[in-house]
Every structure is written in structure tokens, then in C-alpha cells.
Design a protein around this ligand. Structure first.
Ligand code: ZN
Length: 377
């Protein structure tokens, strides 16, 4: 069996569910130590650094013989939960597909970047420059791993090996989460003069959000990413059937485009609330930004995607350049000054109960990454 494929299998067999997403889950430590041991086995200089207790990033460095550019490969070790899966940590290969939690998102990509480094190290090393192989924690929640990585390490370019069907992805959307609270007045259900219905008042907010979403989605689309959007994610409120609800709470998500301000989602909601207060002085509501991550875009003319395209052709692949709708650590690296793209193996079922990575794609990804390092560094 190809070493790269054995690596995917070994990593899938290790439970590395993100403990912030699923309380009590083990986190990335066991996977991180397996990655560190493999990188050391072919001579990389390896650092294991805890970002939070029990949640270490792993960074391996392959130094070239002479000075040159630094290239980084980066992938995350955490996975989402496994509810509804029969045997999530038992890797099974069928018809060229390797099944298991994290196979596609993104242990396939992590194995490909590690195997690329091995191919370079065992093929005589790097002539010039430096290759950094980084396996980070917590991408599936708030990317504390990538944040810690860029605080300590830099590079002239980076490839994040998230699943892209072996296409070069030069941009993706960002997001903002906003918490909206509308206040009412609790009262007996038979006494309308004493009560204020917080849920019906939240309806006013929802009505305006739906209109705003339609307006956002009717704007001129970004050539790679389409338009922004918003949706109401979680709503709660009310006490019992026979009472006026005293409060209602909405948590919503706004997906953003490159160039959108970090505070855009909050500002849009605040404008809606201001308008509702003008219409009805008894309307009481507040909003706050819970979390946001910016969108990211690198010019397709940049040296990194150009060189990667050449590397893909060298190993017999077909080049496509596009955007992704999902957010990824590329934004953390990119906004820290490391020009980044996404490039990783194909498969299907990420975050669902049947997840797989295409075995041939893992090998093609490995070959293209190794070729890229030879050409770029
Ligand atoms: Zn991922």
C-alpha cells in the first residue's frame, strides 16, 4: 500500500473530534503525535506546541541546501462529530474511495502534504528554500490553531490542502454571526393591555432580514464567489402557551465577500433595529456580534496559483481555478500576510454520515505538492 494511503487510514482511525464542537471529545492530541512521529521519521525538524491544553499544533521543517523561498503546507487535524455513523474510525476502502470520518475533511489532504514532504526528503531534499508542514487544531470551530501558527511562523506562500477536487481555489467567502434579542413584557395571555409579545416583535426583525437577504442576493455577483447572503440560524423565546413572551432571541449568520467590513453583519442588523424603533418607540431590541471571519481572495495571476498550475500539469493533472463558498484557514494565513490557496483531493460527504476521499486524488495531490515545492522554493 502507498505510504500516503496508509497515513490517511491511520489518521482516520484516530478520533480527533473537535472538543469545542462536541463536549467531551478527545481533540487533536493523538493525531498530532502520530503526525509528529511520521514527520520525524524522514528527518523533518518537528515542533509540537500546545495551543490549548491537550490541543497541539505540529510544525515540521525541511531546510533546503541554499537560501530561497519558504513554502508552507497547512491542514487541520480536527473533525466534526460522528452522530449517526456506524464505524466512523474504521477506514474502509471500496472502489477507489476511502471511507471514514475526516477522510475528506481533511485527513486525506493532511496525508497528501505529509507524503509530499516525505517524497522531497527521501528524494535528495530541497535544493533551495524551505518547506514548512503545519498540522493545526480547531479549524472546524474558531481556528485557534491557525491563529497560533501565524503568530509564530511565516512563509512566502501557503497551500491549505482542504478538499477542492484537485482544483486551485483562490478565494472564499467570510462570515459573521450576530445575536439579536427582542424584549417584550410577560403577562397573562388574557390581558393584552399588560403584555408585549416579544416573539411577534421578533417577526418584524425577521421580515426585514428576509427583505435584506433578497436585496443582497440581487446585487452584482463576485466573479468567483457569487453574492453574499444571510439566514436565521437559531431562534428561541416564550415561556408557556398562556403567557405573553418577555423575550425572543435570534442567532443569525451573514456570509460575506472579499472587501466586506468585519462589522458589516452587525451594522446591517443595527440599521434594521433603528428603523423599527423609529416606527414604534416601544420596540426594544439589541444586537451584538458573536464571531466573524473575513472572506479571502488571492489574484489568480499571483506566482503561487501560477506555479501550482504548472506543477499540476507536470504530474498529469488538469488545472481549474475557482472559488469556494466555505470558509477555511486560508483566510487566517492570507490576512497574516501569507498568500494562500486551497488545493486538495476530491471526495464527498464532508460533515455528513458517509464521508470518503478519492484514493487516486490523494496521490495526485501529493505529487503536485512535491512538484510545487521543487519549483517554488
Ligand atoms: Zn476542513
Amino acid at each position: 500500500m502507498e505510504h500516503a494511503i496508509k497515513l490517511v487510514r491511520d489518521l482516520v482511525a484516530i478520533n480527533s473530534i473537535n472538543p469545542t464542537l462536541v463536549p467531551g471529545a478527545p481533540g487533536e492530541a493523538d493525531a498530532a503525535h502520530a503526525v509528529a512521529a511520521d514527520l520525524r521519521s524522514f528527518g523533518l525538524d518537528v515542533t509540537v506546541r500546545e495551543v490549548q491544553p491537550g490541543r497541539p499544533n505540529v510544525v515540521g521543517v525541511l531546510e533546503g541546501r541554499r537560501e530561497g523561498r519558504t513554502l508552507m503546507f497547512c491542514g487541520h487535524l480536527d473533525t466534526v462529530g460522528v452522530a449517526g455513523m456506524d464505524a466512523p474510525f474504521t477506514p474502509v476502502e471500496r472502489h477507489g474511495r476511502l471511507y471514514g470520518r475526516g477522510a475528506q475533511d481533511m485527513k486525506g489532504g493532511v496525508a497528501a502534504m505529509m507524503a509530499a514532504a516525505r517524497a522531497l526528503a527521501e528524494g535528495g531534499g530541497l535544493e533551495t528554500g524551505r518547506l514548512i508542514v503545519a498540522a493545526v487544531v480547531d479549524e472546524e470551530h474558531s481556528s485557534i490553531g491557525a491563529d497560533a501558527l501565524v503568530a509564530e511562523w511565516s512563509a512566502d506562500a501557503a497551500v491549505v490542502t482542504e478538499p477542492t477536487d484537485l482544483g486551485i481555489v483562490v478565494g472564499h467567502k467570510g462570515f459573521g454571526w450576530v445575536d439579536v434579542e427582542v424584549l417584550g413584557k410577560a403577562a397573562h395571555g388574557s390581558r393584552p393591555r399588560e403584555g408585549e409579545d416579544a416573539i411577534l416583535r421578533m417577526g418584524r426583525v425577521l421580515h426585514h432580514l428576509e427583505r435584506l437577504d433578497r436585496e443582497i442576493q440581487s446585487r452584482a455577483p463576485h466573479p468567483l464567489l457569487g453574492t453574499g447572503s444571510l439566514h436565521a440560524s437559531i431562534i428561541e423565546g416564550g415561556l408557556e402557551l398562556s403567557s405573553y413572551p418577555d423575550r425572543a432571541r435570534l442567532q443569525m449568520e451573514r456570509r460575506t465577500l472579499p472587501g466586506d467590513a468585519a462589522t458589516l453583519a452587525l451594522e446591517e442588523v443595527q440599521e434594521i433595529l433603528d428603523g423599527l424603533r423609529l416606527e414604534d418607540p416601544s420596540f426594544r431590541a439589541s444586537a451584538r456580534l458573536i464571531f466573524e471571519r473575513p472572506a479571502y481572495e488571492l489574484s489568480a495571476e499571483h506566482l503561487l496559483p501560477q506555479t501550482l498550475a504548472e506543477a499540476i500539469r507536470h504530474v498529469g493533472g488538469t488545472v481549474t481555478v475557482g472559488g469556494a463558498s466555505f470558509w477555511a484557514d486560508t483566510a487566517v494565513l492570507g490576512h497574516a500576510g501569507i498568500p494562500s490557496v486551497l488545493f486538495g483531493p476530491g471526495g464527498a460527504g464532508l460533515h455528513s454520515t458517509e464521508e470518503y476521499v478519492n484514493v487516486a486524488d490523494v496521490l495526485r495531490c501529493r505529487d503536485a505538492l512535491a512538484e510545487l515545492a521543487r519549483m517554488f522554493c
